[in-house]
Ligand binder design. Structure first.
Ligand SMILES: Cc1cc2nc3c(=O)[nH]c(=O)nc-3n(C[C@H](O)[C@H](O)[C@H](O)COP(=O)(O)OP(=O)(O)OC[C@H]3O[C@@H](n4cnc5c(N)ncnc54)[C@H](O)[C@@H]3O)c2cc1C
Length: 432
């Protein structure tokens, strides 16, 4: 069948937060700049916007099945830019609990201990060594090297490590040691409290989408893009039975999608394949109020499949528990098996569970994993290599995997969208 063709000045591929922030930013540039209005379209595979920001119903409770935490409120760009206000936020810990452990006031299954001090010093030693390390080494390797001087990891340190693994979405033997270096480490956050959104991530997606559409964005839903190529002075975006042409394009599809489709967009293969999508998944349980009241906000879990429990009840009054799994293997569990394992672990009776939802992000074809991490196979400049490859051309890349400092978080995706908008804007001015 002949492909139907449509032309725009700019096409953004992917309607997650990177695509939406790119759209808003670009439309604002053009609304106030000298070039006058341009046509901008966003092409999204799903029938909804938001991507891995995904609020869904678990029984009668709305839950975030993708991102949930605002990782640090001080200086966070989504707050600074006014997309999230203080009234939207409920702090869940006074600081990054995965990295720094609980503060006095945090509701957590373990309290600060003397061994935490050793843990912090151990991490500092690992960080210092990381700056001189070669690729191919893991956080586990770095920690093992501290043992001859600092002794084996104490019990409290092991609990901290497990929480940390929960943040990175992978076990310490996969987390890249380079990730740990203070200067180059890329799993960034912001200082201050970590928080969840009272209204869920849905409100953030709605705000961005409404503003983009108010400014004139054309949204095309339900179109799977198969390939993006630059041909002479234009970009062609091929869908199954439709072809879009544009002067500029921004590709915001996930790292997992790019990795699984080598012909989607020409990018340097080795850096692309060395970065890794983790398998952080959630078993979301809508439980009875009395069951929810039994748990603190954070509980570290030691089980084959589950790493931590997060309880919304003390924060938002929603009787909702979220258990995290980190392995690709856990995605093979059936809903019943996952539920059974969780009930056993938390000693929950079946009648206390009203509804459940188990995510398997590795099997979602438009995501192919949860979020990107520089795992032990990655090298310093892998993310930069992806950006450099698109520096000169008319196709730009954005998405959480393209932000060197904050890779993995939705604030990274947001910032990367703004960066790509700036690049397109400058390119547009240069040829205008
Ligand atoms: C379980 C889970 C928990 C998380 N927790 C947190 C957290 O607490 N805090 C935090 O900061 N971050 C968290 N994250 C990460 C965060 O969700 C992501 O960093 C962010 O949402 C990524 O946004 P994005 O726009 O880069 O990508 P996406 O949200 O993946 O958007 C890309 C869009 O492109 C579309 N697309 C893909 N392929 C095609 C194609 N071929 N054609 C057309 N469209 C296509 C997709 O449908 C999608 O809508 C979590 C993620 C997961 C999965």
């Amino acid at each position: 069948m002949v492909e139907a063709e449509e032309s725009y000045d700019v096409i953004i591929i992917g309607g997650g937060i990177a695509g939406l922030s790119c759209a808003v930013s670009l439309l604002r540039h053009f609304a106030t700049g000298p070039s006058g209005p341009v046509s901008i379209a966003l092409v999204e595979w799903q029938e909804r916007l938001g991507g891995r920001l995904y609020s869904c119903k678990v029984g009668d409770v709305e839950a975030d099945a993708g991102a949930a935490w605002v990782h640090g409120v001080d200086g966070n760009p989504l707050i600074e830019d006014g997309w999230i206000g203080p009234e939207d936020l409920v702090p869940s810990s006074a600081q990054n609990i995965w990295l720094h452990g609980p503060a006095e006031t945090d509701s957590c299954s373990f309290k600060a201990s003397e061994e935490d001090e050793t843990w912090e010093r151990r991490l500092a030693v690992v960080g210092a060594a990381a700056s001189m390390a070669q690729g191919g080494r893991s956080l586990q390797d770095g920690l093992l090297e501290t043992e001859p001087i600092m002794g084996p990891l104490a019990h409290a340190e092991r609990r901290r490590l497990r929480m940390l693994e929960g943040w990175f979405g992978m076990s310490a033997d996969r987390i890249g040691l380079l990730e740990w270096d203070g200067e180059h480490g890329s799993m960034g956050d912001y200082p201050g409290a970590h928080a969840v959104l009272k209204g869920g991530m849905r409100i953030l997606v709605e705000r961005l989408a409404n503003e983009a559409q108010r400014l004139g964005l054309k949204v095309v839903l339900g179109q799977e893009v198969c390939a993006v190529e630059e041909v002479r002075d234009e970009v062609r975006i091929h869908c199954h039975q439709r072809c879009f042409r544009a002067q500029w394009a921004v590709v915001t599809v996930s790292l997992g999608v790019l990795q699984s489709r080598p012909s989607f967009l020409q990018l340097p293969e080795k850096p692309l394949q060395r970065l890794e999508m983790c398998h952080y998944n959630k078993l979301l349980l809508n439980v009875s109020e009395s069951a929810a009241a039994r748990f603190p906000v954070f509980t570290d879990l030691v089980s084959h499949h589950f790493w931590q429990l997060f309880n919304y009840w003390p924060l938002t009054g929603k009787p909702l528990l979220s258990l995290a799994t980190l392995s690709a293997e856990a995605e093979k569990l059936t809903d019943e098996e996952a539920l059974e394992a969780a009930c056993g672990l938390l000693t929950l009776a079946k009648h206390e569970i009203r509804a459940s939802h188990f995510t398997r992000w590795g099997r979602v074809p438009w995501a192919c994993g949860s979020y990107s991490v520089s795992s032990k196979d990655a090298e310093w400049d892998d993310i930069r290599a992806l950006l450099l490859a698109t520096e000169e051309g008319r196709i730009k890349v954005a998405g959480e995997h393209t932000h060197e400092e904050h890779q993995g978080g939705f604030h990274a995706a947001y910032l990367s969208g703004k960066r790509a908008a700036q690049e397109v804007w400058e390119g547009f001015q240069a040829v205008a």
